[in-house]
Design a protein around this ligand. Structure first.
Ligand SMILES: Cc1cc2nc3c(=O)[nH]c(=O)nc-3n(C[C@H](O)[C@H](O)[C@H](O)COP(=O)(O)OP(=O)(O)OC[C@H]3O[C@@H](n4cnc5c(N)ncnc54)[C@H](O)[C@@H]3O)c2cc1C
Length: 448
């Protein structure tokens, strides 16, 4: 559907009116819309990056007119969701969901619940399924990831992919996958749970599959379910926080966890509930499961390609030096998991990047330049916690310092510390307490 720029601005005015004053007259709508000319920022994706960005922009410059476009009607946070699967005390679904309307009203930005289907950079318009075209001066992309079953299993039909995705939830994206996995665990009989981490490439929250392993082992133990968590990993035992995970797996769930490195999954049969894989010697094995969380190779959300900006083979956006500007277009910024900076794809990184990018955008809108190297190196810019035990509740952590690498990229260096209250171990109850506090903090960052 074609719309001209006048209609586009009218839509922005309508959205503003809906958020601020539902009874505006048409004349007032137009006046409100005209105020935004030159300072309209449209954000695609209301996840960790997008919601942080919207609030930060409105706080930094009240003249900025901000519109967030999101395809989902409700937020479901991924961090700590493995704790929900693990049956940790006092954890319920309500902790993880957020209402988009509340922060939009409070901070004075527009929330549009619609899916983006196209981006016209020449006209500076974003096209949506239900809200028409939305104009921008600056566009921010924070659309997160997508799954790449097609690359991993080129012979699988669309139907097979859909069947495996539904039957063996990856639960790496906000939405109903975590709920589906939890229901499967609640309904399972004695038997094994199989976890398959993404086989290769960059993937969302690298410790997540291994935290899930510990938490599902906790669930089996707590519920008295006779079975094991079997991890079929392509890696030879080297993964995020590996030393810390292995220490706690062997000391808390030795009878419940079996890690099989150098395993390449070749097929999943969701009807027979079997998974087939090849070991390091190319020997094929078929294993029966009760529940399976199969995490496919990740790629970037197609929104980056939709914008026609330069990206790598997996769809992640090429960046302009250390900044959060895309390499291709100085009016298009990219944050969150969708960037090619060499920093870990995490919610904390998305928040950190959103704050930096917001400063860069406000400077640009006001004819100034924010130094993209300012404040670097940034110590503990990313802190990522993983729950590893339920009784007592214990967690491990990794911190990353982000710096301006000489090669011209923004780069992270990680450290897995042993906490003071850990008695020489990587895990501690204090770290678990900090995990819960961190999570409450990031939910406040996005929704308060
Ligand atoms: C199990 C698990 C545990 C995790 N634990 C941690 C942790 O402990 N600490 C941590 O820091 N991080 C953690 N993460 C990672 C964190 O959730 C992500 O890195 C973070 O969500 C990335 O933010 P984002 O804004 O890039 O993407 P998202 O938060 O996924 O947001 C992207 C949004 O864009 C929307 N969108 C996509 N396409 C369109 C479209 N066409 N139109 C409209 N809207 C669209 C999506 O619906 C989505 O809401 C974890 C992740 C998982 C899966």
């Amino acid at each position: 559907m074609a719309m001209d720029r006048r209609d586009t601005f009218k839509l922005a005015g309508v959205a503003a009116a809906a958020a601020a004053l539902p009874t505006m007259t048409l004349a007032e709508e137009k006046a409100a819309a005209s105020k935004t000319t030159g300072k309209s920022v449209v954000i695609i994706g209301a996840g960790f990056g997008g919601l942080t960005m919207a609030k930060a922009l409105r706080k930094l410059d009240k003249d900025t007119h901000v519109t967030v476009i999101e395809k989902r009607s409700m937020h479901m946070a991924c961090p700590l969701s493995n704790g929900l699967l693990g049956g940790l005390d006092d954890m319920s679904l309500s902790m993880f969901v957020g209402d988009y309307g509340e922060p939009a009203m409070k901070h004075g930005y527009n929330f549009v619940n619609s899916e983006v289907t196209g981006i016209d950079r020449k006209a500076k318009e974003v096209h949506t399924t239900t809200a028409g075209a939305v104009g921008y001066d600056i566009l921010v992309l924070s659309p997160g990831i997508a799954y790449d079953y097609e690359k991993q299993f080129p012979t699988w039909s669309k139907e097979k992919i859909a069947h495996v995705a539904a039957a063996c939830p990856a639960a790496l994206m906000p939405g109903n996958e975590h709920v589906a996995l939890k229901k499967q665990l609640e309904n399972m009989d004695d038997g094994n749970v199989i976890i398959v981490p993404p086989a290769s490439g960059k993937f969302r929250c690298p410790p997540a599959p291994y935290e899930r392993t510990a938490m599902i082992a906790n669930y089996l133990k707590k519920e008295g379910i006779k079975g094991k968590v079997i991890v079929l990993d392509t890696r030879p035992g080297k993964f995020a926080k590996a030393k810390a995970f292995k220490e706690s797996w062997s000391e808390t769930f030795a009878d419940f966890i079996e890690y099989r490195g150098e395993s390449t999954v070749t097929d999943v049969d969701p009807v027979a509930k079997t998974i087939t894989y090849e070991d390091a010697d190319d020997k094929s094995h078929t294993e029966k499961y009760e529940v399976c969380s199969f995490m496919p190779i990740n790629k970037c959300s197609p929104v980056i390609a939709m914008a026609g900006i330069e990206h790598n083979g997996a769809g992640y956006a090429m960046m302009d030096g250390y900044s959060f500007k895309s390499k291709t277009d100085s009016s298009v910024y990219v944050i969150g998991d969708a960037v090619t900076h060499k920093i870990p794809p995490s919610g904390q990184t998305a928040i950190w990047g959103a704050h930096r990018a917001a400063k860069q955008i406000v400077a640009q809108l006001n004819g100034k330049v924010e130094d993209p190297k300012g404040g670097l190196p940034a110590k503990a810019a990313n802190v990522c916690f993983s729950m590893v035990n339920g009784a007592p509740e214990e967690a491990i952590m990794v911190t990353h310092t982000f710096s301006a690498d000489e090669s011209g990229v923004l780069k992270g260096a990680g450290n897995v510390p042993k906490p003071k209250d850990g008695n020489g171990k990587f895990r501690s109850t204090g770290t678990a307490k900090a995990t819960r506090e961190w999570f409450a903090g990031v939910m406040r960052e996005m929704f308060a």
